[in-house]
Write a protein of this length. Structure first.
Length: 247
């Protein structure tokens, strides 16, 4: 996900410089505006893929009626068994994510203990679901291209775009396209060791273009426990600052 942020910065710098050698009132020439609109299209696509400085996650939780999250808050993770090289690799990923969940739980007063001493058993699963997302993009066409500029009393310029006026203004155009995206999901379940009754579950999801599960998982974990325990059945949207070191 973060390689897109670097590309976004480069595209933004390029967009601000290319075609900037206009005459007269500082309006770029025909080639300059064509280049700028190409840059705008690239920058727009990158913005859709997560060039923002935050990560927004949709979080929904459900809890057993009457559960108060009172002490003791001891827990153990339910064991997972892997088979074969691919499963072993998945186990390495899971072990990392489990540590992150343990850190989040410790921030809410939970203590990890041996299974025989645990009041709660914690399990979790995660997945990345590829899909297509329909995006509406708006741009302002250049009405003077390819016929040339408008010559005014102050020289070479072309009054057009969102602040254009007179014969040089054309209405905005909308382009609809399907963008490949990934829905990353994390689900955490808490059940009582005695009686095997589930008391709490939370789901955190983030939809973006060009993202990976390892890159998103820290934000999914933090979002899932941002307001722990959440009110049952009330979806929340959690926005977190992007880790500058991860860009």
């Amino acid at each position: 996900m973060w390689q897109w942020r670097k590309a976004c910065a480069r595209a933004g710098q390029w967009l601000g410089t290319v075609g900037g050698r206009g005459e007269g009132m500082g309006w770029p020439g025909k080639a300059g505006w064509s280049s700028r609109w190409a840059g705008a299209a690239i920058l727009g696509a990158l913005l859709l893929s997560g060039c923002a400085s935050t990560v927004t996650t949709d979080v929904t939780a459900f809890r057993q009626p009457g559960w108060q999250n009172d002490a003791p808050r001891t827990y153990a993770f339910e064991a997972e068994k892997g088979q074969g090289q691919q499963e072993q690799q998945a186990q390495l990923d899971r072990a990392t994510y489990q540590n992150w969940i343990a850190d989040a739980l410790s921030g809410h007063g939970f203590t990890q203990v041996p299974r025989s001493q645990a009041r709660y058993l914690i399990s979790f699963d995660f997945d990345a679901d590829p899909r297509l997302v329909r995006v509406h993009e708006t741009y302002y066409p250049d009405p003077w291209y390819p016929w040339g500029p408008y010559w005014g009393p102050y020289g070479y310029y072309r009054p057009w775009g969102p602040w254009g006026w007179g014969p040089g203004y054309w209405p905005p155009q909308t382009v609809i396209r399907d963008v490949p995206a990934t829905l990353a999901s994390l689900r955490v379940f808490i059940r009582e060791a005695a009686g095997n009754k589930r008391v709490y579950q939370v789901t955190a999801q983030h939809l973006s273009e060009g993202s990976t599960m390892p890159g998103l998982m820290p934000y999914l974990v933090r979002s899932a426990f941002a307001e722990f325990p959440m009110e049952s059945g009330r979806p929340r949207r959690v926005t977190l600052e992007v880790d500058k070191n991860a860009r």
